[in-house]
Design a protein around this ligand. Sequence first.
Ligand SMILES: [Zn+2]
Length: 367
Amino acid sequence: MGWSIKLFDVSGTAVRIHLTFFLLLAWIAAIHWSRGGPAEAVHGVAFIVGLFVCVVLHEFGHVFAARRYGIRTSDVTLLPIGGVASLERMPEKPSQEIAVALAGPAVNLVIALVLVILLGARFDLSQMAQLEQAQSTLMGRIAAANVMLLVFNLIPAFPMDGGRVLRALLTVRMGYTRATRAAASIGQGLAVIFGFLGLLGNPLLVLIAIFIFLAASGEAGYVQARDYTRGYLASHAMITAFQPLNPAATVDDAAALLLRTTQQEFPVVDGAGALRGVLTRETLIRALQEKGGATPVLEIMDRDVPIVPESACLDNVFDQVQRRGRGIVGVVDPRQKLVGYITTENLAELVMIQSSRSARTEQAAGA
Ligand SMILES: [Zn+2]
């Protein structure tokens, strides 16, 4: 995620903070300062920082639960509207998805119980609607905030935690893809309601509603697209008609190839047929500007290109390509020779072909 800085690492997961989060802190400080001067501002900021420590702990509840099922998480990012843990995938087995989803709210429950029972923090439920007011103690307000985080995250608005539990329950009845679509529709309906409630007085709720709305459609689209790739192998979807570059080629050679072909990425393949790296159009153009045409492609190409065998399941390849953003994956035969490659664009084409085919089948069935 852009616009964020890394704070620290916790056993392989980076904790990042989005720069807009500092806007939230500044806003909170300003509001409290205007009400009660510097002491009040410090109190307000301390509360927000404490709240977000709890949000990070909540996200690590998900991270450690997912790790039990062999799922890694590269980072947890703090946004003004909450935390996002980028799990490498969600478990598709309903019982595992429920365990991962509930682990976050469970952390907030534990924090609230510890604050109230062990440390004697006091809060009453009527305070929960007015968290920004500073009458009660800091600890009491943080305990109340954790109860609110617990309740809020359990609302079944996919992709929030409660929505994931809902999706997992629906999966048992209707399968993963249809369950995701149903849960996403319910999530978007709830997001519209949140949005209206937010317009009546809570701007943060409007932001959260927009976030849920977009995330729900994004994830439903992803699951649907991935579903179309199921049952295929990497060799079914790879680009096989391409012009490679040899390792001795220069940026000028690559520029000539860019004009001669419709390719936007050029695999660099050595004499043994092995993939050494990939040169993209963007890198090529930048190198022409900054380094000149005589630069060897070996110096500027992306060497960190994943490789899969021809027999790899395409739905797994789909995850690998998507995770890298504008990704590319090399496909090799049993002797490690490059036989093709798969890009985001050509996966999108496969999805278009498959969705048109299935639309036609549905039409035929309806006629
Ligand atoms: Zn959560």
